[in-house]
Design a protein around this ligand. Structure first.
Ligand code: ADP
Ligand code: KDG
Length: 316
């Protein structure tokens, strides 16, 4: 069976070969990005069968995205090729290491035609976990319906639902995006926003107040990503800060949150306690930021094990 299922738009990423304003960049590396497929690839590399689907354009870029994700061993049997729109593209712009910007070319893309009809109930039912992000519901009204319907199917069938709000303000074109994301979050088992996203969504300041807000709505685990500090999690009756792993050089921060989610979810699929799963998330996040690209730094399980065994740097 497929242990983790996710869906949402994946795109071709054009990654500049050098830093600086995009108008001066001559060469790009052709890679892929997409929050949900990043998580699927991460979970797959950590030793669990993942499935991802979307709608891709009937074009060369769609073929590239599909073959790249399939080559990782992720199940792509539910991917749909759609003639109505192209495969989305996105460009990174590296002003400096800590200032990486993105520009999307995805309006009217094939993925924006995802709809509830694309959900195969028997496929979703087999999963232990359904992972969604807040990107999908803001892509189009049909994408939003698909996300809501997937949550409904998962809940009805006892599939754990995990949600990363992944707020991308540049994609928000309706005033009810915040309401939609809050509504989805409140129906999920695991919610893992960044601290600032969580503050924006809940109107609360402290990790404790934020987690109480979600736990009172019935969420089982609230995990707050704290960037280079690590993460905080709260479940009923227990809360804990889990420190990050020190990183010498942040090469590319994009995708850290997806790596973190993959680590946490793979840890849970292995039957680990929350603190161990969050520690695995921190390790994967720390590894991802040290590699250029959204998926290239996602480690195999043996690689994280080695990373975790390394003695802490001698700072004396
Ligand atoms: P997002 O990509 O969603 O904004 P974060 O930047 O908080 O998420 O990163 C997700 C996780 O990746 C963090 O919780 C942490 O575990 C790890 N991480 C991110 N940046 C660093 C860093 N500079 N050093 C060590 N770990 C990091
Ligand atoms: O989390 C990383 C993603 O943001 C990136 O891979 C591209 O899915 C993407 C998006 O919509 O920004």
């Amino acid at each position: 069976p497929i242990e983790l299922i996710t869906f949402g738009e994946s795109m071709v990423l054009f990654n500049p070969g050098k830093a600086g304003a995009l108008r001066y960049v001559q060469h790009f590396h052709k890679q892929i990005g997409g929050a949900e497929s990043n998580v699927a690839i991460g979970v797959q590399r950590l030793g669990h069968q993942a499935g991802w689907f979307s709608r891709l354009g009937n074009d060369e870029f769609g073929k590239f995205v599909l073959s790249t994700i399939r080559a990782e061993g992720v199940d792509t049997s539910k991917v749909i090729v759609d003639d109505r729109g192209p495969t989305g593209l996105y460009f990174k712009e590296k002003r400096n290491k800590r200032d990486v910007r993105v520009t999307y070319y995805r309006k009217g893309s094939a993925a924006s035609f995802l709809s509830p009809d694309d959900l195969d109930e028997s496929y979703l039912k087999q999963a232990t976990c359904l992972h969604l992000t807040g990107i999908t519901p803001v892509l189009s009204p049909t994408c939003r319906s698909a996300a809501l319907e997937a949550v409904r199917i998962a809940r009805q069938n006892g599939v754990m639902v995990s949600f990363d709000p992944n707020i991308r303000y540049t994609l928000w074109n309706s005033s009810d995006a915040k309401t939609t994301l809050c509504a989805i979050a409140s129906q999920c088992d695991v919610v893992m926003p960044g601290l600032q996203e969580a503050q924006f969504l809940t109107g609360k300041e402290s990790p404790r107040d934020i987690s109480s807000y979600f736990l009172e709505q019935g969420v089982s685990a609230v995990i707050l990503k704290l960037g280079e500090q690590g993460a905080y999690f709260a479940v009923k009756g227990h809360e804990q800060f889990v420190p990050a792993f020190p990183v010498d050089d942040v090469v590319d921060p994009v995708g850290a949150g997806d790596g973190f989610a993959a680590g946490v979810l793979a840890g849970r699929l292995k039957g680990w306690d929350w603190d161990e799963a969050v520690r695995l998330g921190n390790a994967v996040g720390a590894m991802v930021v040290q590699t250029d690209g959204d998926v290239e730094g996602l480690p195999a399980f043996e690689e994280v094990e080695r990373f975790l065994q390394k003695p802490a740097a001698d700072v004396s």
